[in-house]
Structures are given as C-alpha cells and as structure tokens.
Design a protein around this ligand. Structure first.
Ligand code: COA
Length: 323
C-alpha cells in the first residue's frame, strides 16, 4: 500500500517578538498570570509586509529545500488557515504563485486550530487515492490581525507563524512499522460553534471581525475530545501510549497539553512543547512544533509521532505517523 511519508519540514516566524511584559503595557495583565494559566512567555507578531501567505511561502521554501525538491516536484498545495490574506482566492493559490508554480492545484482547509490535522489527513487521502504524488501541507496564520487588543482574555493567548511539510507517496507494506501516516481520526461538532468564533464575516457583517472565546468552556471540553481521537488512532493501529516516541500537540495551553498527556499515560519527556515561545498559532502550531523538534534532532527518522489538535467549531482530530 501507499503511505504518505514526510520528506521535508520547514517553518517561518515574523521578525517581531512580543513578550508577556510587552503586553502588560497594553492590557491589564501580568507575566505571572499568563505563565501560570497558559505557559506562554512570548509570541511572534506579523509586521508590515508579513502576511499569512508570506509566512507560508517561507516555511514551504524551507521544507522543499530540506526535502531536496523543487516546486516542479509538487502536485498539490494545501494550506490550513483561518486568517487568509483575502476572503478569496485561497491563500494556497497565492502561495502557489509566490513559489512560481503554475501546474497542479491548491486549496485551503479551514478547521481553525485543528486545520493542520485536517490538512494532513486530506493530503494523505489525495496521495493514497492516486491524485497526487507529493503534497506541500502548510499551516499558516496571522491571528494577531483578528485579535481584539483591548480584550485581555484573548489577546494574550495567540501569535503568528507558519510551518510546512512535504508529504510523498511511498510504497509501504501495510504494517505499522511503515514510515508515513498510519491512522487519522477527525471530528467536529457545530453545537459548540459559539464558544470560540470570530464575530464577523463576508456573509454576515461584511467585516473581518474579532476572535471571541469562552475560555473555560473550551478548557472543559479539550482534554476529553483530544484523548478520544488519540485513543481511536491507537485502536485503529493496535498501538498504545507506550509505543509513542513523540506527542506533538496543538500548542494552545500548557495545562491542556499536560492534562492530555497525563490522561493518556505519555510521559512529559516525550511531549514537544513550544507554546512558551510561540503562543497559540492555531493551524501553524503543530508544524512549527514538528519543525522545532525535528531540527533540534529530537524527532528522528523511524520515530512514532502522534499529532493532535482541538479548536473552534469545535473541531478536533489526531494523526499517527512514523517519521
Ligand atoms: N490577565 C489577568 N487576568 C485575566 C486575564 C489576563 N490576561 N484574562 C482573564 N483574567 C481574569 C478574569 O477576568 C478573571 O477575573 P475575575 O475572577 O475577577 O472575574 C480571572 O482572570 C479568571 O478568569 P478565568 O477565565 O476563569 O481564567 P481561567 O483559569 O479559566 O484561565 C484561560 C483562562 C483562557 C487561560 C483558560 O480558560 C484556558 O486556557 N482556556 C482554553 C483556551 C484555549 O486554549 N483556547 C484555544 C483553543 S484552540
């Protein structure tokens, strides 16, 4: 059978860093409150000329370089984002053009913080269905542009950035010793759509709107939703928490990450955490964390890696892959 194998990884962050102390002068908050409740110490904020597409393009170029490939080798670009440069066309076609690619096809996936898990799963289906051999999967966001900077309950949590993977179809045996994506589980439930949403849009207000969130409600559901989809990937592959080399969670909040790992029985030494440095970068957070841990040598070829996310919608999901 065909498996979707990671050939390259890349990331890009805006130039400007904003620390918790910097935020103290903007809203009534403290470094101590933010660190204690979220684990976040700083985030990157896009400046003039930096957009979702420009960050996504930079991450994609690095992933292609590391794979030893060029855009000529890519059939499909999927961008996971909730902060597109324009309402349309898709940020993916914008990046396609920036990369100088005029063949193949490109589209966006919108599942908020679960976007990268949805995009990985979509890419895997295109590869295994035979419609694409190599796919650039990008998570890119500029959440700073949809934050209400007077709302301390949300503006301290998010940041900007992008990450990318090149996935390539390779022959596997069907066993879980294969490299590549081994199992995915996606879920959503729109009954929760008003707990984390943006209060504008083309078809309602005609404005972009600002992010609104009932933080406690999100927190309440996060751990059980995350652990349910992870357990489904264990069941589908006959694996257990003991087999996992690295858990690479969506980086929303240190407390959610720690509680999920504890419930699953995955020791914290096996959990990749970047929320302290990046804040919550929504669909970009998992590929940024993968890039960090693969570049510093923690994630190695052959490691069993579990990614998971939960976000607005609610959407949630998990992907189990061998690096
Ligand atoms: N600085 C200082 N105080 C703040 C604050 C800030 N940035 N934001 C809120 N507070 C205050 C509140 O006003 C409240 O004060 P009050 O008791 O006087 O009313 C107090 O802190 C507690 O607020 P609460 O919302 O109950 O805090 P919490 O412990 O639930 O933590 C979150 C808030 C947002 C950190 C937490 O709910 C959370 O992590 N939720 C999940 C969010 C998330 O991950 N979303 C993205 C999912 S993809």
């Amino acid at each position: 059978m065909i498996r979707s194998v990671v050939r390259g990884f890349g990331a890009a962050l805006p130039k400007q860093v904003m620390s918790n102390r910097d935020l103290e002068s903007r809203v009534d908050t403290t470094d101590e409150w933010i660190v204690q409740r979220t684990g976040i110490r700083q985030r990157y904020i896009a400046g003039e000329g930096e957009t979702t597409a420009s960050l996504g393009e930079a991450a994609a170029r690095q992933a292609l370089d590391r794979a030893g490939l060029t855009v000529a080798d890519i059939d499909l670009i999927i961008v996971a984002t909730s902060t597109p440069d324009n309402t349309f066309p898709a940020t993916a076609v914008n990046i396609q053009h920036r990369l100088g690619m005029s063949h193949g096809f490109a589209f966006d996936v919108q599942a908020v913080c679960s976007g990268f898990v949805y995009a990985m799963t979509t890419a895997d289906l295109y590869i295994r269905g035979g419609m694409a051999k190599r796919v650039l999967v990008i998570g890119a966001e500029t959440f700073s542009r949809i934050l209400d900077w007077s709302d301390r309950t949300t503006c301290v949590l998010f940041g900007d950035g992008a990450g990318a993977l090149v996935l390539e179809g390779q022959q596997g045996t069907g066993a879980i010793s294969d490299r590549g994506i081994l199992a995915s589980k996606l879920r959503s439930d729109g009954a929760h759509r008003e707990k984390l949403y943006v209060d504008g849009g083309p078809s309602t207000t005609g404005t972009v709107g600002y992010l609104r969130m009932e933080g406690r409600e999100v927190f309440k559901h996060a751990v059980s939703m995350i652990t349910d989809v992870i357990e489904a990937t264990f069941e589908a592959t006959g694996t257990t928490a003991d087999d996992i080399d690295w858990l690479v969670p969506h980086q929303a909040n240190r407390r959610i990450i720690d509680a999920s790992a504890k419930k699953l029985g995955i020791p914290l030494e096996k959990v990749v955490v970047t929320v302290d440095l990046h804040g919550n970068t929504s669909a970009a957070s998992i590929p940024l964390a993968l890039d960090t841990a693969a570049a510093d040598g923690r994630i190695k070829k052959g490691d069993l890696v579990l990614i998971e996310a939960m976000g607005g919608g609610f959407t949630w999901g998990a992907v189990l892959l061998r690096w």
